[in-house]
Design a protein around this ligand. Structure first.
Ligand code: UD1
Length: 372
């Protein structure tokens, strides 16, 4: 039994006891963010770090591989919620998380990013009057059709401590009247990406080297409902990717796989080389050896600029406007320019580092200790 738990009831964590942090994760990008925090708390005797996995992502390549690759301790609890409609999935998580947080009695519930797991954990915690810290607070696309936009706005307004990655995010929070709870800490994904790049220099990824051995290529990934969930849009996206005058390595997310099956679209009729979702280390290595990436992922937009390849984003807006301002990223929701953009050369190096210096997790821990 963990300290502070008696017969499933919550006891306050006593003065002088370890700071108990419960990190709640569930979807792929959250495991990367968690890796930064987990590495930072390692060996710190005054911190009791507990990991709760909602089970939103459950396939090996969507979950376990990240824990292995990034040496994240295995989750203390896996709630096994799985897939479902937004309401059903978020509701099921909320119900199980309430029970779990009640038992664990954290000093801080730490939530990450903008998925349904983020929102469920936030609502569960605040309703129990438990303090919530939001890692990656203040991001906005201002596109209210995206489920993530609702998740992040609702989470920021409910949470107690808003850990913002950028000055832009700080401004958004101030504009919404919640700037007093915000702290600029930098981006935890930069911490992890820089660490992995360093490891790759000593020990390259055999999988990425294999892709690169047969010639130059562009990486493509799509998983946003905007691009995958309507057959006409999905066909148009695939057609544009197919018209790129280079090898295209299409990494197939389960949402894309499911929609292709549902709409009866066969990828064999396109020229793509196909891959299942990659673990984090292979993904960064594959990206770094490519000529560019075409994507609708948020994380890849930043990772492209860190590894130094151009990114083309299949969306009309981004939560990471700095990638566009620095020239590494171009938004191309109108698909007509994709073929050209995908093979453009990289912009000139710049030294602005809008996402921080790779020490965001250390600042986050300071804030959690200080704000206890
Ligand atoms: C979720 C996040 C999104 C994030 C993305 C990263 C929300 C609202 N969206 O989107 O912000 O960018 O994760 O990948 O939380 N599936 C599997 N196996 C799995 C996981 C999912 O087959 O391990 C399939 C299921 O059919 C499921 C579908 O993928 O219905 C979508 O999964 P879901 O977690 O609902 O949303 P994502 O599109 O992955």
């Amino acid at each position: 039994m963990r300290q502070g738990v008696v017969d499933g009831c919550m006891l306050p964590n006593g003065e002088g006891s370890a700071l108990r942090i419960v990190s709640v994760v569930g979807a792929r990008p959250q495991f990367v963010k968690l890796a930064a925090i987990a590495a930072e708390v390692q060996g710190q005797a005054d911190i009791d770090h507990i990991i709760v996995h909602t089970g939103q992502h459950y396939e090996h390549q969507m979950s376990e591989v990240f824990f292995d690759d990034l040496r994240i301790p295995l989750p203390d609890r896996n709630l096994g919620i799985g897939s479902g409609g937004h309401g059903a999935q978020t509701g099921a998580m909320l119900c199980r998380l309430e029970q779990t947080l009640l038992e664990l009695a954290p000093d801080w519930t730490v939530v990450f990013g903008d998925t349904n797991s983020t929102l469920a954990a936030t609502v569960a915690a605040v309703k129990l009057d438990l303090a919530v810290a939001h890692v990656e607070a203040g991001l906005r696309s201002f596109n209210r059709k995206m489920p993530e936009e609702h998740n992040r706005v609702l989470t920021d307004h409910a949470a107690d401590l808003l850990l913002a990655p950028t000055n832009t995010a700080m401004r958004h929070l101030a504009n919404e009247g919640i700037g007093d709870r915000a702290r600029l800490v930098g981006d935890v994904m930069v911490d992890v990406c820089l660490h992995v790049l360093k490891k790759l220099r000593a020990s390259p990824s055999p999988l990425a080297s294999k892709f690169a051995a047969t010639g130059r290529y562009v990486v493509a990934t799509i998983h946003r409902p905007h691009n995958t969930d309507r057959p006409d849009r999905l066909r148009a996206v695939l057609q544009c990717l197919n018209s790129i005058d280079r090898r295209v390595l299409l990494i197939v997310h389960p949402r894309l796989r499911d929609r292709l099956r549902e709409f009866g679209i066969a990828l064999q009729t396109y020229k793509f080389e196909l891959s299942e979702p990659l673990g984090y280390v292979d993904m960064i290595a594959t990206l770094a050896m490519s000529d560019g990436v075409v994507t609708d992922s948020g994380g890849l937009q930043k990772e492209a600029s860190i590894v130094g390849i151009p990114c083309t984003t299949l969306r009309g807006e981004t939560e990471w406007p700095e990638t566009v301002a620095t020239g590494w990223n171009v938004l191309a929701d109108d698909l007509s320019t994709i073929a050209e953009l995908a093979v453009r050369s990289a912009p000139k190096e710049d030294s602005s580092h809008p996402y921080g210096d790779g020490h965001a997790a250390a600042r986050i821990l300071e804030e959690l200790r200080f704000g206890r």
